[in-house]
Design a protein around this ligand. Structure first.
Ligand code: ZN
Length: 54
């Protein structure tokens, strides 16, 4: 599966997330932002940035 971070545009390694599902929250290794899975379309994962209320 492929995930491109909407914040830093880097690809996020999903190999550690074998049970990835909609609603899963992960952290981008590159910029450290929290991302929530919106939808999984074939091998493309769509996420939205989680607003942590800064
Ligand atoms: Zn990022």
């Amino acid at each position: 599966m492929i995930l491109i971070c909407p914040e830093c545009k880097n690809s996020v390694d999903l190999t550690a997330y074998t049970d990835l599902d909609v609603g899963h929250v992960m952290e981008c290794e590159m910029c450290g932002i929290s991302l929530e899975v919106n939808s999984i379309d074939d091998d493309k994962v769509k996420v939205e940035i989680v607003d942590e209320g800064k």
